[in-house]
Design a binder for this molecule. Sequence first.
Ligand code: PMP
Length: 423
Amino acid sequence: APVLDLAAIRADFPLLGERVNGHPLVYLDSGATSQKPQAVIDAEVAFLTRSNSAVHRGAHTLAAEATELFEDARATVAGFVGAQPEQLVWTSGATAGLNLVAYAIGNASAGRGAPASARFALAPGDEIVVTETEHHANLIPWQELAARTGAVLRHIPVRDDGTLDTDAAATLIGDRTRIVAFPHVSNVLGIVNPVGDLVALAQGVGALTVLDACQSAPHLPLDLPSLGVDLAVFSGHKMLGPYAIGGLYGRSEVLEALPPFLTGGSMITTVTLDEAQYLPPPQRFEAGTQPVSQAIGLAAAVRYLDAAGMAAVHAHEKALEARMGEGLRAIPGIRLLGDATEVERVGLWAFDVAGVHAHDVGQFLDARGVAVRVGHHCAQPLHRRFGLTASVRASAALYNTPEDVDTFLDALSGVRAFFGAGS
Ligand code: PMP
């Protein structure tokens, strides 16, 4: 199997060389946002320094060059997830992508975009199915859509071991199901969900599938068309890229039939004072000035990931995950969330420390240079399911080392004694 040159990779990420609170930084919060390699920073700077200009407008040389760079970036990022350029819509992030889809379906439900859009229209009593593991970004837009259309929101429960209850899903997904939205990998559990099973259930009843790929895109080889989902979102800042950029992938016939959400400049063909005709995808969904330098930065990020090799990235992070899981299980008073066996995982563990609040654990680790995330990680229902309001989450990326994991485990093993909660 291919391996990563960790020393070379780490040298590419300027921030990883920093010290925090007198200690070398151990960054285990890539699930929240990843660090950026110099190549990404340079790509944005180079664009702003030498090529900055309005895309898709104007006849001048710089505008043409900027447009070419912007559309090349689309092709690069689309290719990274196995898609065609016209199947990739730029968004400001995964949250924006999911809201785009929910609002577009809301517009279809209100009779906009007909006749092709009618297939997406929701009627009172239609059902939207999500999972109990959802990040709020893949939950609240559906709650809002249900409230606007009279549709009913249902959820696939999670089992005690963190796996989705696919038996329950098989009964839940039925004649009234119109949309099935779920994460590829939960940002709390780290388990790779059985996408194929859920897609098959959804397709069996003609429901639209929406995949939240935020926590898979940076960590494993991803081919969205072969997963069979209709729509999927991912987030640039979690995959070595800039902030304020993300992708919405859609199967061509789905994007072509979907009405727009945001409207305005750059997404039209003809406009009168009374009405407008819209461009085909992806432009139909890209109203207004786009995040151009961010798109170019994201293209540099996926080129970086591609060069490392996503199979090697996944294998490396799996080894970190195994080391972390083993170490965590050996520390008394630690309860792992989603400790299922025989599942595929990414390098992420959330856990509870008996007798110590997650925020205290976070501060204790931070004092030792270890950065983790604490809180509900935008997944309150999932925490409630496990009887918690907060947890600690350590999440790795391709640049983490086994030594990072050991430093984290060493520090953590002293936390209960420090807070008088046992040894
Ligand atoms: N879904 C999941 C699973 C996530 O982890 C996140 C980021 N925490 C989001 C959605 C939201 O992504 P963005 O920051 O791009 O809006």
